[in-house]
Design a protein around this ligand. Structure first.
Ligand code: B12
Ligand code: SF4
Length: 470
């Protein structure tokens, strides 16, 4: 029997300096499906070449796809209506499945403005397998729990929830062979560095914390790849692709302290020296000097340090409950090792006052962070912060447009201060934070690829002028 042809695409366009990472979600799904079923899979990441939508549809048709799986963030979902209606013309018999963070956020609504047949929220491997078995006649799509289906009577939500896989080591390595890894080495990675032979690793799934702005796509139970498995994957990438850099994009890599030390020890035995970066995935107040030493010895050179808010009241409100004193101490210690530290800060939380904004700015400026981004809170559906905003101020949610939004350009304001004040504090934070000769000297000393700094000046100027020109 000929293999079932599955075309998997990650949607969206690359804009400005934003990074493009290998599409791990569909790479994991591809590896899993080909282990379980007789399938031939092609992967396309629209962002890597800014492939036009028509070209994407053409490639799916040329491939002769029986099933098309589309993956996307909410900010990238705006092309779904166009892509799915053209796929329906090009491949009238193909099953179109959508998944990824957007479906986890919007649920059944993700099928409303487009022609996809099925939508899968949360972890995708088991559900996709069950769907394909049903498509091939070995079951009924109505029996796959927790998915959304288009039927003659409209969109139906199947009862139950898709189970999360407990033993994540049972997943094969993501399908590196189905992407052109070298293409990712020519564009900015999530660290915004480039020209590194790197891969992204997602070494654990799920997070037990309860930040109100977060989806927790992988549930609230921390499920981790074993240290052996993580380093085995690294070894595989080193040997097969000549990789010498690893970007961890976990939700909370350091949640299991024992595993952190084991991974670092095993990396030490890997042979060639590798670089480690954490553009995501470290909860800084859960680190201590010995874990920081272990990560540094293992090769860490870049570490993002999410603060979100410097106001203890807001920390409580958003459920992050960061220990700010410990955060500052740890940032200082990490930075003292000349590891580039990058702070993530958010402004515009519901009920946030001028006093809270000032506190956030002061904590950021007094920290030893090398760099920081002062973002605007964006409430995504299916998060608690969205429900809070809906209750406190529904009018503010009415005009939200997620399309193509990215980081600094977002202008929502759910705080208790006028827009002018919120944007004023974002501009001031950007000014006061960076206009510090010691910080500038440390950036120049510790940032890998300092020669690329001029590329970020336009972005910085946009941030410095946010709200001034409308
Ligand atoms: C790497 C990353 C990025 C990268 C690239 C992401 C990408 N794929 O394009 C960069 C740096 C560019 C980025 C940017 C942003 N990001 Co980001 N990012 C991540 C991060 C840290 C890891 C992604 C990853 O590789 N996960 C691992 C893989 C295995 O998971 P996955 O892709 O979700 O896939 C699984 C399921 O979703 C599902 N699945 C996925 N695709 C499909 C397809 C089908 C057909 C099926 C059936 C199932 C399925 O199965 C997969 C395996 O189980 C996640 C956090 C997280 N926990 O995932 C946030 C996350 C995806 N980002 C998020 C956000 C908000 C953003 C920004 C919008 C931030 C901002 N305000 O500017 C920007 C987007 C800007 C833009 N315009 O594009 C949110 C998404 C929310 C949403 N509703 O879309 C997340 C979930 C963080 C969070 N906890 O809220 N991000
Ligand atoms: S620590 Fe990170 S992944 Fe966990 S709930 Fe908070 S934002 Fe989400």
């Amino acid at each position: 029997m000929r293999p079932l042809k599955i075309f998997l695409a990650s949607l969206g366009f690359r804009r400005s300096v934003l990074g493009v990472t290998p599409p791990l979600g569909i790479m994991y799904i591809a590896a899993y499906l080909r282990q379980k079923l007789n399938v031939e899979i092609r992967i396309v990441n629209q962002k890597i070449s800014n492939m036009p939508n028509d070209e994407l549809v053409k490639q799916a048709k040329e491939f002769g796809a029986d099933v098309v799986g589309l993956s996307m963030l909410t900010t990238n979902a705006y092309s779904l209506p166009y892509i799915t209606s053209n796929l329906k013309v090009a491949l009238p018999d193909a099953l179109i499945v959508i998944g990824g963070p957007h479906v986890s956020a919007l649920g059944a609504k993700s099928l409303e403005d487009n022609l996809a047949d099925v939508a899968v929220p949360y972890e995708g491997e088991l559900a996709f397998e069950a769907l394909i078995n049903a498509y091939l006649g070995g079951g009924d799509m109505a029996d796959v729990p927790g998915i959304f289906r288009r039927t003659e009577d409209g969109v139906v939500t199947n009862p139950g929830i898709i189970p999360f896989v407990e033993d994540v080591d049972s997943f094969p390595f993501p399908a590196y062979d189905l992407i052109d890894l070298k293409a990712y080495w020519k564009v900015n990675a999530m660290t915004l560095l480039t020209h590194m032979k790197y891969v992204s690793l997602f070494s654990s799934r799920g997070c037990p914390f309860k930040c109100v702005y977060c989806h927790r796509i992988f549930g609230d139970k921390f499920r981790m790849h074993s240290a052996q498995r993580v380093v085995e994957e690294m070894k595989f990438c080193v040997k097969k692709y000549g990789v010498d850099n690893f970007e961890f994009v976990d939700d909370i890599f350091n949640h299991d302290k024992k595993r952190l030390f084991e991974i670092c020890e095993l990396i030490g035995k890997l042979g060639p020296k590798v670089g480690l970066s954490f553009p995501n995935g470290l909860r800084v107040d859960e680190l201590n000097e010995s874990s920081i030493n272990a990560l540094t010895d293992a090769g860490m050179y870049y570490c993002s340090c999410p603060l979100e808010s410097g106001s203890p009241r807001i920390q409580k409100l958003i459920g992050k409950n960061l220990n700010i004193r410990k955060y500052l101490e740890n940032v200082e210690y990490i930075a003292s090792k000349r590891i580039f530290t990058y702070g993530f800060v958010m402004m515009g939380f519901p009920t946030e006052t001028e006093e809270d904004l000032k506190q956030t700015m002061e904590i950021s400026c007094m920290s030893r962070l090398h760099a920081a981004s002062f973002y605007t809170l964006t409430p995504f559906p299916n998060t608690k912060i969205y429900d809070i905003a809906l209750k406190n101020n529904p009018a503010k949610l009415r005009n939200i447009n997620y399309n193509d939004n990215e980081y600094s350009h977002i202008k929502f304001n759910l705080a208790d201060v006028p827009d002018e004040m919120l944007f004023y504090y974002q501009r001031k934070a950007n000014r006061d934070f960076y206009m510090n000769p010691y910080r500038i000297a440390r950036i120049l000393r510790d940032l890998p690829q300092t020669q690329r700094l001029p590329l970020f000046i336009p972005e910085y100027l946009k941030r410095l002028s946010k709200g001034i020109f409308g």
